[in-house]
Design a protein around this ligand. Structure first.
Ligand code: SF4
Length: 694
């Protein structure tokens, strides 16, 4: 930490890293940020924090930040610094010119889960209200879009059912496809505290994550499944619960659709779904699986926490549905200590989805086909909104390669580094005639941009983030934007340069519009947030103080819906050329592609990605600890250093994706979730061999 004298004032704001949403006091001396102190009254963190939120904010003043707008006619030319007016006029003229030539659907936007609710609301409004199409998507496409689909179909809305406090009343916890110790550290501490008090733990993960065995914690069951077989394992858990009569019939009869349950019960009872029948496929010991199912069904309050190891698969949506089925089967919904809880990776994944960033949904998860909902926005915005869903990110890129999609406004997201199949992303970007990158740094996507609009950091703006427990937290301006404008102002200027007439004077006015149009936010105001500190949506006349727990008396959709979960094998197959399965994850100190964390002055943020490989697989290949290895897939290859460990099973290798030199997405496939196109980052067939380095 660089301390610059004693602070003379402080501002309470919210961490811009993960979905826990910790509150901090930003302590200032003059215009300098002296330190970030975890805020003891923060309801998500209660005075705790992790290393990222506390120390990794140096990127805000890093020399790499771009502070002036830049334009260029073609991507082969050098950038030219210009005034804001010239940059916005250039961008607006190009985008309008493209629409004139190729039609109004030839341009679109991508929003970011790093941005505030208010910024995200404006970006989707830019597409719908100014561009005249539904071509809006969010980076949640590549992480939790299956959560949106799966929980929407079963429960009626896309959100975690509980508050974090709920974990204090949990008796049995299933952690599936998540590593909270690294991904959600402050929540992990609360979970570990409960486990030390005696709650039982079931871990379903290909890797022996820290929670399986750490000081004073021993998971009751670890199911180290083969990557890509989540659906088979989750369905086998349901098989045991149903065939052994362990389900909560009273809950199912009262709260769920009984006819659909009967169909589902018949489906899961088929012996082909038994733990013994799926052992060969999943690699999971049937007795362990049976014991885990019995424990979850009979051990008291059961809560499920899951992450991207569930969603980033070709059957991500099916697994989310399967998890929801388990909770309904056992009556673990609607009270403290239970529930289904997606652990959101970025700070505002929940909010960016809530705000209508998806091409088929208006704010509040209402389909664009719903004429009554469209009418609310049409009357307010004075436009006509199409009832046709727009393009998702992969469809935008496909259309760009095909020559029908030509212009993109991309706020706060480096799609070239984050999205799968890097070659396809670059081909799509290269085919566009106007790419507007709005970001802090000249990222990889900016190599293909014609306009660069400098962004502001979370320290430089007002707004709100919504964390993984639906808690709407205030983000407060700590210092003036070094680039001159907050991001919501820049989107407004672009909208007006394209003929809009927006006149928001402060993000609180944007929130007022959100509350006016979105029932689950109806009572949310900045005054209420000041009074309460934060509130959890739904926050409206029925629940004026917000809703820590959802689906208490009934599901949002009415009756809970059981849906069959047929297992379909991924198209990504191992074979003689690519015999190992690669899966990916995070480490505590880094954040996504590292654009922020790597720009922090401390060596902890400058380590490199490594490849975890089992001792047998390493020995077979003549690989020793710390050796450079080449990892190759059908898509491409890259080099990493090897870490030999039995945290991974034989046949499975694992790496993180934080460093641009690693280029993990050069090797990932272009397979994706059947319902949402969320990429299958978690399963890639690879070969690993010794190498001399990159
Ligand atoms: Fe809290 Fe997550 Fe920020 Fe760490 S990264 S301080 S856990 S919000």
């Amino acid at each position: 930490v660089i301390e610059i004298g004693q602070p003379d004032r402080s501002v309470v704001t919210t961490c811009a890293y993960c979905g826990v949403g910790c509150s901090f006091k930003a302590e200032m001396r003059g215009d300098e940020l002296v330190r970030m102190v975890p805020y003891k009254d923060g309801k998500a963190n209660r005075g705790h924090s992790c290393v990222k939120g506390r120390f990794a904010y140096g990127y805000a003043s890093h020399r790499d930040r771009i502070l002036n707008p830049m334009i260029r006619d073609t991507i082969d030319e050098p950038w030219r610094e210009v005034s804001w007016q010239e940059a916005l006029t250039f961008a607006a003229d190009r985008m309008r010119g493209i629409q004139k030539t190729y039609g109004k659907d030839s341009i679109g936007v991508i929003t970011s889960s790093r941005c505030t609710n208010e910024e995200t609301y404006l970006v989707q409004k830019l597409a719908r209200g100014i561009f005249g199409n539904n071509n809006t998507d969010t980076c949640a496409r590549v992480c939790h879009s299956p959560t949106g689909y799966g929980l929407g179909q079963t429960f009626g809305t896309s959100a975690g059912t509980q508050d974090f406090d709920s974990v204090e009343d949990t008796d049995v916890v299933i952690v599936i496809g998540a590593n909270p110790t690294d991904g959600h550290p402050v929540f992990a501490s609360r979970l570990k505290k409960r486990l030390r008090q005696g709650a039982q733990l079931i871990v379903i993960d290909p890797r022996r994550i820290d929670l399986v065995r750490s000081p004073h914690i021993q998971a009751a069951h670890h199911l180290p499944l083969r990557p890509g077989t989540n659906v088979a394992v989750v369905t086998a858990l349901a098989h045991v619960i149903v065939t052994e009569g362990l389900f909560d019939e009273a809950f199912v009869r009262e709260r769920c659709d009984w006819d659909e349950f009967q169909d589902y019960a018949e489906f899961v009872s088929d012996p082909i779904h038994s733990p013994e029948a799926v052992e060969l496929l999943t690699g999971v010991d049937p007795e362990e699986l049976r014991a885990a199912a019995r424990l979850y069904a009979t051990g008291g309050n059961g809560a499920i926490y899951y992450g991207l190891g569930v969603t980033e698969h070709s059957q991500g949506s099916t697994t989310v549905i399967g998890i929801a089925n388990l909770a309904m089967l056992t009556g673990n919904i609607g009270r403290r200590g239970v529930g289904v809880n997606p652990l959101r990776g970025q700070n505002n994944v929940q909010g960016s989805c809530d705000m209508g960033s998806f091409p088929h949904e208006l704010p509040g998860y209402r389909h664009v086909k719903n004429a009554d909902v469209r009418q609310i926005f049409e009357e307010l915005w004075g436009v006509e909104i199409s009832e046709e869903p727009g393009l998702r990110i992969p469809n935008m890129l496909d259309a760009a390669v095909d020559g029908t999609f030509k212009g993109l406004y991309c706020q706060g997201e480096d799609i070239l580094q984050s999205d799968p199949d890097t070659r396809h992303v670059s081909a799509g970007l290269a085919a566009m005639e106007c790419v507007i990158v709005h970001d802090l740094f000249l990222n990889e996507t900016a190599n293909y941009a014609h306009v660069f609009l400098p962004g502001s950091t979370f320290l430089e703006k007002d707004g709100t983030f919504t964390n993984a427990e639906r808690r709407i937290n205030r983000v407060r301006k700590v210092m003036a934007p070094r680039n001159g404008y907050a991001d919501w102002e820049i989107t407004q200027m672009l909208a007006n340069a394209m003929g809009g007439n927006w006149s928001y004077g402060h993000p609180s006015e944007i929130m007022a519009e959100i509350a006016m149009t979105t029932p689950s936010f109806a009572n949310v105001t900045y005054e209420l947030l000041e009074e309460k500190g934060s509130v959890q949506w739904p926050c409206n006349d029925k629940t004026p103080d917000g809703s820590p727990i959802m689906h208490v008396d009934g599901f949002v959709r009415g009756k809970g819906r059981f849906i069959r979960t047929d297992y379909v094998a991924t198209d990504e197959k191992t074979g003689p050329r690519f015999p190992l399965l690669l899966t990916t994850g995070r480490i505590l100190s880094q954040y996504n592609v590292g654009a922020q964390t790597r720009r922090t002055a401390n060596v902890v943020w400058h380590d490199e990605d490594v490849l975890e490989i089992h001792p047998h697989d390493a020995e077979n290949r003549g690989i020793k600890e710390g050796d450079w290895v080449k990892i190759a897939s059908r898509s491409g290859e890259t080099s990493l250093r090897a870490r030999i460990t039995d945290r991974v099973s034989p046949g499975v290798v694992y790496t993180t994706f934080h460093h641009p030199t690693t280029q993990a997405n050069v090797i990932t496939t272009d397979f994706s979730d059947w319902a949402t196109n969320c990429p299958e980052y978690k399963v890639t067939a690879v070969q690993v061999s010794p190498s001399n380095g990159p």
